[in-house]
Ligand binder design. Structure first.
Ligand code: ADP
Ligand code: MG
Length: 249
């Protein structure tokens, strides 16, 4: 489904992502691990289009997407939950989710705020999509409550709902479980498994190797912007390069 080849991006002459090749099969979950600064978030920003690539290609179902805008890529089915994404305070859970739907419909936020007739129709569609997304992540009971009242684990589920509003086929999750307690982590993992069972393809950056082992079919290990290992979670856990670079034992 996704094919990345020779992908590179530097900041101030230092490569954050340096000639990365990887493939994600449709319906699979790819885990991405690596130490801080390895280039994981930069890789996601390159795939979702937040950052332009310097070199290399990104193909979605065979089609080059590396020159397309983030909005265009979102419409082709790529959604991202950014590392450390925050919910908007002073907005309900549903309204927070609706922000995600604005990312892929024609209606800009400002145009929608003017409530032109055409936009009123789009607003209804967006609200329907958002309600469905909120239901999918198990937050329907919270839909009309202020988002800032949600416990952290459910705030993360809300971030996922926001991403789902774009009706993606490929979902990029950047450390969605960081800072969560074990029970919250388990619930989030259940949600990710459910999304996969529903047919979504997933790329997951996560530090918790046990969680990656549970959720991912394959794992890519990045270090200093390069792929240093690739395989099943079991292969990765015992790979000496990974143990040295990442597991630190
Ligand atoms: P990871 O997500 O694996 O922790 P990042 O992709 O965030 O790593 O960062 C990889 C490297 O690129 C780091 O050295 C980081 O400082 C650098 N970097 C990332 N984004 C920027 C940016 N916008 N400007 C300058 N340097 C950046
Ligand atoms: Mg990161």
């Amino acid at each position: 489904m996704l094919q990345v080849s020779g992908l590179s991006r530097s900041f101030g002459g230092v490569y954050a992502v340096d000639g990365v090749d990887l493939t994600v099969e449709r319906g699979s979950a790819l885990g991405i691990i690596g130490p801080n600064g390895a280039g994981k978030s930069t890789l996601f920003n390159l795939v979702s289009g937040q950052l332009p690539a310097e070199r290399g290609e990104i193909r979605l179902d065979g089609r080059r997407i590396d020159r397309l805008s983030p909005h265009h890529r979102a419409r082709l089915g790529i959604a991202i939950v950014f590392q450390g994404a925050r919910t908007f305070h002073g907005m309900s859970v549903l309204e927070n989710a609706m922000v995600g739907a604005h990312a892929t419909t024609g209606a800009g936020f400002a145009a929608a705020a003017l409530r032109l007739p055409r936009h009123r129709r789009e607003e209804r569609l967006i609200a329907e999509r958002a309600r469905e997304a909120v239901r999918r992540v198990g937050l329907e009971a919270w839909a009309d409550r202020p988002a800032e009242l949600l416990p952290l684990g459910q705030q993360r589920a809300l971030q996922v709902a926001r991403a789902l509003c774009g009706e993606p086929t490929l979902l990029l999750l950047d450390e969605p479980a960081s800072g969560l307690r074990a029970a919250e982590r388990d619930r989030l993992a259940d949600l990710i498994e459910q999304l996969r069972a529903d047919g979504l393809t997933i790329m997951l950056v996560e530090h918790d190797v046990a969680l990656v082992g549970r959720l991912a079919d394959r794992v890519t290990v990045l270090d200093l912007g390069r792929v240093i290992a690739e395989g099943t979670p079991d292969e990765i856990r015992t790979d000496p390069r990974v143990v040295t670079a990442y597991l630190g034992t």
